[in-house]
Design a binder for this molecule. Structure first.
Ligand code: SAH
Ligand code: SF4
Ligand code: F3S
Length: 434
């Protein structure tokens, strides 16, 4: 009987992609995936270190897994991802039930770690993905594809440059091959991933360094791929050719996640974001000129050390100016080893909470208004799977809204034209048009 692997991804989409790739590596070693840890011979937690809460979650999960292991001592437990990179051997000190710890740049060495145990948090020079068996076939029409990893920006609050390492771009030819393989397996939409995806500068097949725009252009030539997206971008790497790609590439969806973090120039400077609020707003104007129906998405941190009420007001102002289609906001979490951690005056927890709820109210109002504006329109919907009601299918709008409508399962994987009739807080519903 095949051995079984249970893998759980926390944090960002890159962890989801990595989890799939690790499942591919272990499939080559004879492991089948299960969605029940109770049935597994090997449990792998792909962890996130971005905020304290995310990192602490891992230890409570490990506590539960230890009980499983007490009953079945041959169960192997591995910790991967950004907590693995940040804490290394400390994880085994805190939870001795852990057999091995593997950092994001050492996943191709997974089989050895499963066999022998230990800690591998090196940053080897070789391309780990080139040495990893392809991920097992997936049925969903959407897939992630990591094109760039790591970050050289060193925002003062952020652990990512330390956990993922320096910026590295994968060679374009490999990405094109991987995208073609995904298309052959029925994938219709690919989201290109990178911590700083628009800083992509991978070697092109022609010997020159390719930009993200050039890569998107090449990928849009793959038949079968209907939609392309990319995330997450830094405002300072939004090149002219990438902005133009939003005007010229039909398959590139009109949705852009472009975090600004704060609307206050003083705080942006302290965060080491290296641009002003005004520069960000002018950039958005240029992007909207290229693609008028583009929806913006963003990330915000409230309560960064030293943030005053006036600084926070500037963040509300930037939301007012941009009108995000969706956005994520977080309370600042002090992370060990980052420059902001002991610096400046920490903002009190209750002040952070109060600012967060005001910001979220603002964001939600815009989000709802955007969603409501879809009513009466006919939208191209990438059909994903059966909906909750019988006879219903669910898919995604170009702006990532979930859309429900009556249709048969044969539509899965196709782009259907759907007339939007109703807009609920979390989804749209409609009927097949034409
Ligand atoms: N590479 C991406 C973001 C990676 S982390 C970018 O540059 O935008 C995702 C989001 O988590 C960040 O955009 C930020 O809003 C938030 N975040 C990062 N570090 C944080 C911290 N210490 N406390 C609170 N939120 C944080
Ligand atoms: Fe973190 Fe800043 Fe890099 Fe994004 S750009 S991953 S927020 S350091
Ligand atoms: Fe978390 Fe690492 Fe992603 S810290 S957000 S899993 S890059």
């Amino acid at each position: 009987m095949a051995r079984k692997l249970f893998v759980k991804a926390y944090g960002c989409q890159m962890n989801v992609y990595d989890a799939e790739r690790m499942a591919g590596v272990m499939a080559a070693e004879g492991y089948e995936q299960t969605d029940r840890p109770e049935d597994a011979d090997l449990v792998l937690l792909n962890t996130c270190h971005i905020r304290e809460k995310a990192a602490e979650k891992v230890y409570s999960e490990l506590g539960r897994l230890k009980k499983l292991k007490d009953a079945r001592p041959d169960l192997k437990i591995g910790v991967a991802g950004c907590v693995a990179q940040a804490e290394g051997a400390e994880i085994q000190t805190r939870q001795p039930a852990v057999d091995f710890v593997v950092g994001p740049q050492a996943y191709h060495r997974l089989p050895k770690l499963v066999r022998d145990g230990g800690v591998d948090t090196e940053f080897p020079v070789e391309d780990k993905f080139a040495a990893m068996a392809p991920a097992p076939r997936r049925r969903a029409p959407s897939a992630f594809l990591t094109v760039q990893e790591g970050c050289d920006k060193f925002c003062a609050f952020c652990v990512v440059p330390y956990t993922r390492g320096a910026e590295v771009s994968r060679p374009a030819a490999r990405l094109i091959d991987e995208a073609k393989a995904l298309a052959d397996q029925g994938v219709r939409e690919i989201t290109l991933l990178g911590q700083n995806v628009n800083a992509y500068h991978g070697a092109g097949p022609d010997g020159a360094d390719w930009t993200l725009a050039r890569l998107l252009e090449a990928l849009s030539e793959i038949e079968g791929i209907a939609r392309l997206r990319y995330t997450t971008s830094h405002p300072n790497d939004m090149g002219e050719d990438l902005i133009e790609a939003h005007a010229g590439l039909e398959k590139l969806m009109p949705y852009l996640h472009l975090p600004v973090q704060s609307g206050s120039d003083r705080i942006l400077k302290a965060m080491n974001r290296r641009h002003t609020a005004d520069a960000y707003l002018r950039l958005i104007e240029r992007i909207r000129a290229a693609r008028p129906d583009i929806a913006l998405s963003g990330d915000f941190i409230v309560g960064f050390p030293g943030e005053t009420e006036a600084d926070f007001q500037a963040t509300l102002d930037i939301c007012e100016a941009v009108r995000y289609g969706s956005a994520y906001s977080f309370k600042y979490s002090s992370r060990p080893g980052t420059p902001a951690a002991g610096a400046g005056e920490q903002v009190a927890e209750d002040v952070k909470s109060e600012r967060l709820s005001r910001l979220q109210a603002r964001i939600e109002a815009d989000q709802r208004a955007f969603q409501v504006s879809m009513a009466g329109r006919v939208l191209p919907v990438l059909v994903e799977k059966a909906g909750r009601m019988p006879g219903q299918m669910v898919g995604k709008s170009p702006w990532l809204h979930a859309v429900h409508f009556d249709a048969g399962p044969e539509l899965a994987g196709q782009v259907a034209q759907v007339e939007i009739l109703e807009s609920a807080p979390n989804s749209l519903s409609g009927r097949l048009a034409g």
